[in-house]
Design a protein around this ligand. Structure first.
Ligand code: AGP
Length: 614
């Protein structure tokens, strides 16, 4: 994780860097730092905690020290060494002539450290990055050139890195390098930018070069030179960046999370516009690059993802098996990696990732690719590393998601999976067109039903307040909404720090029921459908143990009256499509509880939006 920003040009570097870092805080926010290229020296400022702490330190500096035109900055998510000022980047070498910011993990730092110590290195931090600083500094002593020093040093490093490096004797350049960690170079007029992600540069330029793995770049104010792993000068394409700066504003909402939840009806509308014209039209999925013949041969689907994306995958399994009748497994990427999974050329492997950067999922996808499986990637970032591994790239086009807690990207992933399942069913004739038509009709009704929920959130707010002091929370559901229970629990956990768990409702009696008493809230999702009566019985069992029962339902039923302490009624929808509505209620519940508790909704502790380490 971690966010990197670099700038060289006419502007005041510190301002560009701090602003850029504020847009990258989603990548980590436990400490931050900048290094500014002053006359004959490099000034380093660091602070533990949020970026505001660093800003405060910088605001107290002499103008002469911070008014420089080149610099690098970093916002950290700790991997090696606790969050502290000393472990914050930039890191430097003994003589402080060289500075580096790094995103990734240097896996062989423990082997390199004693070798460098023998040469005289004195390490101050517990980080792997400081080892890279010393290594490059020794290479510089020998080569007397920063580009050559970095080129030589990276050949000795194992692991993942995106670096920006400066040396005080070469103030007109910043060297950047990448391997298995994202890095872009924003191209301007007489100025250039370096960043881990687009939001950091979009205000200044819409042109960028995506560095590829093993490339090293020498960036000056008026030139960018890129070298491949054999140190040959090469030409990378200058691409047009896909975002507008407005995507980064809260648009009047108190938090990005709330804004992103409220964007969901439009996100669904956008997805449906091109792909599903009406209930009788076939789904248009030009992104799927399997021929009809290949499609017919697909006899197994594996879905690989992490966190919220994994929960979307679990809904996907239900829908695909129901409609396309293809056996589908869903697995956490981190588990998929370390076993001998069975996949071949007739396996469709679907990687789901909002960021397209999640290291576990990238590794798992590479593993599946090596077995010649067809790789479909469902992602919000069609410019990501994962997208580049895709045989079929299915962008969810949810727009930039800033809040660490994923919301609109989840709904967009669900929609992509519904459409993919229908597409597979249509191409393999596994479900009648009448049945598919019904589901399409339900999908098309989603935006207006989401709006009904979002236009009146009073009840959810009341319930959130009432239960906000709970120490634990249980979410139960059955069938296609079991993943909704998991996702509801994850949302609550990550932004309110309340211990929340999702269970298949039938599993309560096999152990978790022991936890129930009159302090335990149990939220049940009850949809009209085959498992409705079953889950109602599970609610009775919970009530008999005095649990505080909350129901989320699309059915008005007399039986609810004496059973539930609180009830949230949502618009009527088929069981199959209901996860998209139910989750919106659970997102709002988590949001408002977090708000009542005064937690940092958009940047919860210990987390980062994209997890680029395994
Ligand atoms: C979502 O709220 C979480 N912050 C997290 O679980 C996330 O979904 C997970 O890290 C996967 O990220 P990805 O979708 O970008 O791969």
């Amino acid at each position: 994780m971690c966010g990197i920003v670099g700038y060289i040009g006419k502007r005041k570097a510190v301002e560009v860097i701090l602003k850029g870092l504020s847009h990258l805080e989603y990548r980590g926010y436990d400490s931050a730092g900048v290094a500014l290229m002053a006359k004959d020296k490099i000034n380093i400022y660091k602070a533990a905690g949020k970026l505001n702490n660093l800003k405060e330190i910088i605001s107290k500096q002499n103008e002469a020290d911070i008014n420089t035109h080149a610099g690098i900055g970093h916002t950290r998510w700790a991997t090696h060494g606790m969050p502290s000022e000393i472990n914050a980047h930039p890191h430097t070498c003994n003589c402080k002539s060289l500075v580096i910011v790094h995103n990734g993990i240097i896996e062989n730092y423990k082997d390199l450290k004693p070798v460098l110590e023998k040469k005289g290195s004195k390490f101050k931090s517990e980080t792997d990055t400081e080892v890279a600083a010393h290594l490059i500094a020794y290479e510089f002593e020998e080569k007397k050139d920063l580009l050559k020093a970095v080129q030589s040093a990276v050949k000795k490093l194992k692991g993942a890195y995106a670096f920006s490096v400066m040396h005080k004797t070469m103030p007109d350049r910043i060297i950047a390098a990448r391997k298995n960690a994202p890095l872009i170079i924003g191209v301007g007029e007489g100025e250039n930018f370096i960043a881990s992600d687009i939001p950091a540069v979009i205000e200044y330029t819409k042109k960028a070069i995506y560095l590829s793995d093993n490339q090293v770049a020498e960036i000056k104010a008026d030139s960018v030179k890129i070298y491949d792993e054999n140190d040959n000068l090469i030409q990378n394409k200058v691409e047009c960046l896909p975002f507008e700066p407005v995507a980064l504003s809260k648009m009047g909402y108190k938090h990005y999370m709330l804004k992103e939840i409220h964007e969901q009806p439009d996100v669904v509308r956008n997805i449906l516009t091109d792909k599903l014209k009406n209930k009788d039209a076939e789904v248009v999925l030009d992104d799927v690059k399997l021929t009809r013949e290949q499609l017919k041969k697909i006899n197994r689907i594996q879905i690989i993802a992490c966190g919220t994306s994994l929960h979307a995958g679990l809904v996907g399994k239900y829908v695909i098996e129901e409609l396309a009748k293809i056996p589908t497994d869903v697995e956490a990427s981190s588990e998929y990696i370390y076993r001998n999974t069975i996949a071949d050329e007739n396996t469709l492997v679907i990687g789901i990732s909002q960021s397209g950067e999640t290291a576990d999922t990238i590794t798992a996808i590479k593993q599946a690719k090596a077995k010649n499986s067809h790789i479909a990637i469902i992602t919000n970032r069609k410019d990501s590393a994962m997208a580049r591994l895709a045989d079929s790239l299915l962008p969810i086009n949810a727009g930039i998601e800033v809040s660490v807690a994923a919301t609109k990207s989840y709904i967009a992933q669900l929609l992509s999976l519904y459409l993919l399942a229908i597409y597979l069913a249509e191409n393999t004739n596994k479900t009648s067109s009448k049945e598919l038509s019904e589901i399409k009709k339900e999908l098309l009704s989603l935006p207006s039903k989401l709006e009904i929920i979002l236009n009146d959130t009073k009840k959810v707010q009341e319930i959130s307040k009432k239960y906000s002091n709970s120490k634990d929370f249980i979410f139960i559901a059955r069938g296609i909404n079991y993943p909704s229970a998991l996702e509801g629990a994850l949302k609550l956990k990550e932004i309110s720090y309340i211990n929340a768990t999702g269970y298949p409702a039938g599993e309560l009696k096999h152990g978790p029921i022991a936890m129930l008493d009159n302090t335990m809230p149990v939220l049940a999702i009850l949809n009209k459908g085959t498992v409705y009566d079953k889950i109602l019985s599970n609610c009775e069992e919970a009530k008999a143990r005095q649990a505080r029962l909350i129901g989320v339902t699309n059915l008005i039923d007399e039986k609810h009256k004496n059973l539930f302490d609180d009830l949230i009624l949502i618009p009527e929808i088929s069981d199959m499509v209901s996860p998209a509505l139910n989750i919106t209620v659970l997102q709002l519940l988590a949001y408002h509880i977090s708000e009542y508790l005064g937690k940092d909704v958009d940047q919860p502790r210990n987390l980062a939006k994209s997890v680029t380490v395994e």
